[in-house]
Design a protein around this ligand. Sequence first.
Ligand code: PBG
Length: 337
Amino acid sequence: MNKNAQFPIARPRRLRQSEALRAMVRETELNASDFIYPLFVRHGSGRTPIVSMPGVDQLSVDEAVREVETAAKLGIPAVILFGLPAEKDPIGLENFAENGIVQQAIRAIKREIPEMVVATDVCLCEYTDHGHCGILNTGEHFQASFPESYVLNDPSLDILGKVAISHAECGADIVAPSGMMDGMVSAIRSALDAAKFENLPIMSYAVKYASGFYGPFRDAADGAPKFGDRKSHQMDPANVNEALREAALDVGEGADMLMVKPALAYLDIIRTVKNAFPEFPMAAYNVSGEYAMVKAAAANNWIDEEKVTLETLLSMKRAGADLIITYHAKDAAKWLK
Ligand code: PBG
C-alpha cells in the first residue's frame, strides 16, 4: 500500500509554483566546474573551422593557449587535448615525439595557465596512416592466426605506455587512454610508475561503444579508419553487463577515474556503472555527434540551443556523471552564469 497521501491532499504542483521553491527542491546541479573542454591542436598558425562542429576549430598551439585562457575565465577547470600530427605512419611516431603537437601544446598551456588541468587522449588513431587505434597485424608482430587488418592488442600497449610517459614529461595532469585495448590501464600505469610518474592519474575510457556518434570527431581529428571499423575493440551498443566487466577490469588495473562514452544514448550505462563503482569519479563524454545534432537543429530554429544543451548536460549529471567532456563547455558555462 502506498503510505503517501493521495490527491487532493497531495499536490506536487505546490512545490513548482515559483522559481524560489523549484530551486529549493532541485536535486541535480550543473556547473562550469563539471566540464572538461576538448581541444584539437595542429601544426601551423591560426584556426581551421570544423564544418560538422560549428563553433569548434582545429587550433595552432598559440590559439589553443588563447582558448584555454577563455575557458579558465569561464570557470572551466580542465581541457582534454587531441593532436593532429604533421605526418602519419603505421605506428604513429609523432604520438610520443618530444616535439609532437600535443607535447608542444601541453607545455605551452601549462606555462601560460598553470592552474588549468590538462588531460590528454592516449590513442593511436589520429597518428596512424591506417587510422586504427593500435598497430595492425603486419611486419615484426605478425600473428598468423589473425587477418592483416586486425588491431593487435599487446604490441599496441607498449606504444600507449610511451605516449603516456611522453605526455607526462611535458606536464600533463591526467592521461586518458581511449583505444579500448585490453590491459591498457595496467600497461600505462606500470610505464608511468617505472618513469616515476606514480602520481599521475589515469582517466580510462573504460566503457566506450562502437558508435555512429563519433562521425564529426573523425573530421575534426582526421582519425577515421581507412578501412574496416572499430568493432573488434569498442563495445557493442547492445551490451550493459559487459560495461560492468570493462569498468571492473579497469578499476582492477588501477584506473583513477572512469568514463562512459557516448553519453546521450547511454544514460542507462552511466547510471549502471556509477551504481556499481560509486567511489570512482565518473566522466561522461558528450561526443561530437551529439553536439552536431543540437547545432544543426538549433541552426534551423527547430530547438532552443541553450535549453536543449543545458537539459542534456543536466541529464548526464542526473544519470550519475560527475564530469562531462563537452564541446558545449564554453557556451554552457556562459549560460550558467
Ligand atoms: C580516439 C577517440 C575518438 C573519440 C575520442 N577519442 C574517436 C573514435 O574512437 O573513433 C570520439 C570523440 C567524439 O566523437 O567527440 N580513439
